[in-house]
Design a protein around this ligand. Sequence first.
Ligand SMILES: [Zn+2]
Length: 372
Amino acid sequence: MTCEEIFKYIENWAPKEIAWNKDNVGLQVGSSERKVKNILLSLDLNMRAVNEAINKNCNLIITHHPMLFNPIRTIDTDRDKNSLLVEKLLRHDITLFSAHTNLDFTKDGVSFQLAKTLKLKNIRFLANLKSKQYKLVIFVPDSHFEKVANAIFENGGGNIGEYSHCGFRTKGEGSFKGSEKTSPSIGKKLNYERVDEIKLEVLIDSWKLEKILSEVKKVHPYEEIAYDVYPLNNEHTNYGVGAIGETINPMNQDEFLDHISKCLKIKNFRYTGGKGSKIKTVAVCGGSGSEFISNAIKEGANAYITADIKYHTFFENEDQLLLIDAGHYETEIFSLNELNERLTALTKENKIKVFKYSRNANPVNFYNNSGA
Ligand SMILES: [Zn+2]
């Protein structure tokens, strides 16, 4: 199994096209054609993680945060931390890959895992992504309809939430008259032909359109295929930011804070206010999610758990809901469990082992002066 096959699997689940446009997801360093020995998963990359990969015979490391985020102008292996990491990876034939905001914005990605860790039920996106979808309308003679429809569905067209093969078909009559230069598959050139056709309407993710059209062209019988592609303004049901769900039982504020502490295995975290109401509806966003507080309020959340919240943001929202900053690392680390499970299942036939980086890679520590 090659790295490329692993990347394809991940990007089918968390397409790179849904990532934040300034992000740098995907291959970071090394070859994607490499045959995978073992895989190491880590939230971030540091030298200890690379050493662990070497010790565990891993030649693929997958991180959440991309190591190469800002453009590198100099490979300075005397002073620059990233340059040293690149050098080490290349020397040891290790490939580095990142799934960052694409993993944030997909189902069962970072925020869904945080919501699951907090034992929420009925988990859904806090806000769906704006479309990135097209409506494809295509006209097919009855005789070739199923072939064309299958070419669309089998290449990922017509997916809505948990449903695949979604389409709408209308029977009608198409007409055409081919010039002297044509050789129509139905009827004769220079004849005004009328043919029973089916109009198929289907939603397509924008990044799948090119492939779907090329597959359709292989099975559609016409020389000139009649189709329309409409950009959409729908919300995308399959991708979004954050997550929201309900606690199994309503909790008072202290019970809920204790619940956070236990589920995330953290002793210290920051929070503000709340209305003193029972906590039932809970919104989350793994990592820096301050910009979605208004979504949490709009959706009626009693509490919102995210990270990297500024003092003034706490201040502005203290009367709105229970706002919790549980730490960037702490709200994202559980996403590696899902990645681990999926990749273990994917690679088990190939005797590839998947490891999570064994050390705590959180660069943030809490100083506790028990005597103060
Ligand atoms: Zn992050």
